[in-house]
Design a protein around this ligand. Sequence first.
Ligand code: ZN
Length: 143
Amino acid sequence: MDSRGFYNEVLLDHNMNPMHKHELPYATCSLDGVNPSCGDSLTLNLEIDGDTIKSGSFSGVGCAVSQASADIMLELIIGRTITDARRLSDIFLRMIQGDASDEEIDELEEAGALRDISHMPARVKCAVLSWRTLDKMINENDR
Ligand code: ZN
């Protein structure tokens, strides 16, 4: 399958069947992320236990790219340590800028399907919204 086909398939799948779009009763932290240029508005919830992201979810409204990106991100980071999540979000944000190696992008699993977003400037802010929100959350949590 070419990368564009993979991109569409991953996006469609996470839009039709988001696994992590729900409330999170035991959330230890929540943060809103807004992308006014598109109207995307989401809330990211994490349940952090020690150094581990035990669970996570998102809610809110937004375009297909922002919603799928949030779902894909949660799929990737749930069960990981905060250090891991921080490294992965760093790779993702660099990938979007066209500045990550193929080996690094492999680590992102499905999120790697969003690499072509870097060629669609209008969609970049949608794709990075949940990741920037995550970044902010785990950095705040660290202090
Ligand atoms: Zn959007």
